[in-house]
Design a binder for this molecule. Sequence first.
Ligand SMILES: NC(=O)c1ccc[n+]([C@@H]2O[C@H](COP(=O)([O-])OP(=O)(O)OC[C@H]3O[C@@H](n4cnc5c(N)ncnc54)[C@H](O)[C@@H]3O)[C@@H](O)[C@H]2O)c1
Length: 263
Amino acid sequence: MTADTGFDLQGARVIVTGGGGGIGAAMARRFAAAGAVVVVTDVDGAAAAEVAWQIGGLAITADAASEAGVQRTIAATIEEFGAVDLYCANAGIAPEGGPEAAAASWTRAWDVNVMAHVRAAEALLPSWLERGRGRFLTTASAAGMLTMLGSAPYAVTKHGALAFAEWLSITYRHRGITVQALCPQGVRTSMLAEAGPGVRSLVEPTAISPEEAADVVVEALADDRFLVLPHPEIADAYRARAADTGRWIAGMNALQRKIEKKR
Ligand SMILES: NC(=O)c1ccc[n+]([C@@H]2O[C@H](COP(=O)([O-])OP(=O)(O)OC[C@H]3O[C@@H](n4cnc5c(N)ncnc54)[C@H](O)[C@@H]3O)[C@@H](O)[C@H]2O)c1
């Protein structure tokens, strides 16, 4: 493990939530190939077990959003491997709709996309601060920097996830805690396959594979960058949004009208 900048995956003890599929599974495989010991957690226990079996990791069936699930995962990792060096808060859900979406959808999105990260940080920070070292990788989304057409719960909670990651980094970076936020646009996983046809038509042309996203994560672990952007053009859109938010909203509204025609 290097002392200051960068993260050595060789021998690192890594937890990946939502590791049974999509981006999480690709990260788990990529980390294991680089020599990490990976704990794959997922609500889908069979999916977690299959990925863990493929990479010689440990599978844990757990809800990343529940305090009990988070604590059990971290305790099992410490018991088995001694410590957690990298926690990937990757599990996420994308319910559709706006204010009319069911209250339960809003609550679940808040729990899985934001509170899961808060609960994990709460459980990890005491030992990380004592060691003076620890790394937290949030899978937010380009939706957390910009928006998500058709899903207010997703847009809002991914902004929350990014805000929490920023806050953690601001508060603890001088105490050895490194925080990074993965913010891809389209990635060809079941989440994208289940999106509406309008969103898919916008995002699919530039969608990348989960393996490509995982490769960018590995590059980013080496240089500690906060924003991890497998679609570099998102940085331009983020700048444009900050420079003239009204104009950005008008542009996004034009895209909204375009996807409404595809429904
Ligand atoms: N696919 C995309 O286009 C895209 C783009 C940007 C960000 N993301 C984000 O990437 C992350 C991974 O998404 P994906 O595309 O790989 O999705 P996916 O649906 O393919 O995989 C998500 C995995 O998380 C698991 N999961 C869901 N809720 C969980 C919970 N509460 N606890 C534990 N596991 C849970 C699922 O069972 C599944 O195996 C999410 O946070 C998502 O918001 C995805």
